[in-house]
Design a protein around this ligand. Structure first.
Ligand code: AMP
Length: 288
């Protein structure tokens, strides 16, 4: 596996592959790799000639009081894991190369970024779409893969690719979970053992909501009430608190007044200072 840290070098190498007619797949990440990231890499490995994984903790998608500086990093381990997943090139650009002095261009997707994480993290998606655009221009992938764990991110990137006539094919990959149900995330490392236990409430509440939907419940309030009961916010500071628990249309992310066709149940929950997200599409048939 080759490591490229320089934008111009990556762009030059991608140009060579393009002229050779190679199919390039891109897996954008912020590193501190886990089985979720590796599943994305292995998935595209079977569908592309060249797999490029990027590791870039993108400063523009972090808010002023978020965890940019303490975001977990372990490059040595990431290199081993990416090699094992069959990655051809690990692209690790430097922030000064991505955002040089006098940088002033951003890509913004509007409506789909408004609710959910967009409400609690107002500049987040602008940072995501900007960096993903830059990565697409540098790596020129035919295919790019994103996890459904970051559901709104995937919906936003699909929207951007469509709206801007991008030729890249966007693939969504199902959420990879720990054996006990916790969605894998680089941020799980922030949880102490007690918090790690409490974090299971997210996946448990999604399971319960799915059961309710499967047994015919169509009322959003009933389902959300059950979800809130399971997550059961702690009253003391530093405990568990819900940022949002909402039912929305799986593509537009508009509010779902009741379950009529597949509906996204999206959660963001603070476990102490750690904000975890999870989601499930409740597969309900639409009324005739
Ligand atoms: P991140 O490093 O957190 O920015 O994630 C990089 C990519 O991996 C994104 O497309 C995420 O949605 C995806 N990803 C992260 N965790 C998971 C997971 N547990 N299951 C599936 N995809 C994931």
């Amino acid at each position: 596996m080759r490591i490229i840290e320089n934008v111009a070098e990556m762009q030059q190498q991608a140009g060579v592959w393009c002229r050779q007619g190679k199919h390039i797949a891109l897996v954008p990440t912020m590193g501190y790799l886990h089985e979720g990231h590796l599943a994305l890499m292995k998935f595209v490995r079977t569908r592309a000639d060249l797999v490029v994984a990027s590791i870039f903790v993108n400063p523009t998608q972090f808010g002023p009081n978020e965890d940019l500086d303490k975001y977990p990093r372990d490059m040595e381990r990431d290199v081993k894991l990416a090699t094992g997943a069959g990655v051809d090139v690990l692209f690790i650009p430097h922030p000064e190369d991505m955002y040089p002095e006098n940088y002033q261009t951003y890509v913004e997707v509007t409506r789909v970024t408004g609710p959910l994480c967009g409400r609690s993290r107002p500049t987040h998606f602008r940072g995501v779409t900007t960096v993903v655009n830059k990565l697409f221009n540098i790596v020129t992938p035919d295919t790019a893969i994103f996890g459904e764990k970051d559901y709104q991110q995937l919906a936003t990137i699909r929207r951007m690719a469509k709206d801007l006539h991008m030729k890249v094919h966007i693939i969504g990959h199902p959420i990879v979970r720990e054996p006990d149900g916790l969605a894998m995330s680089s941020r799980n490392v922030y949880l102490n053992p007690e918090q790690r236990q409490k974090a299971l409430r997210l996946s448990r509440s999604l399971n319960e909501a799915e059961k309710l939907a499967q047994t015919g419940e169509r009322g959003t309030e009933v389902i959300l009430q059950r979800v809130r009961e399971i997550i059961d916010e702690d009253k003391e500071p530093g405990g568990v608190s819900i940022d949002y628990a909402e039912l929305r249309h799986p593509e537009t992310l508009e509010e779902a007044p009741h379950l009529d066709g597949p509906t996204l149940l999206a959660l963001a929950v603070f476990i102490g200072a750690t904000r975890l997200i999870d989601n499930r599409v409740l597969n309900v048939a639409a009324h005739g």
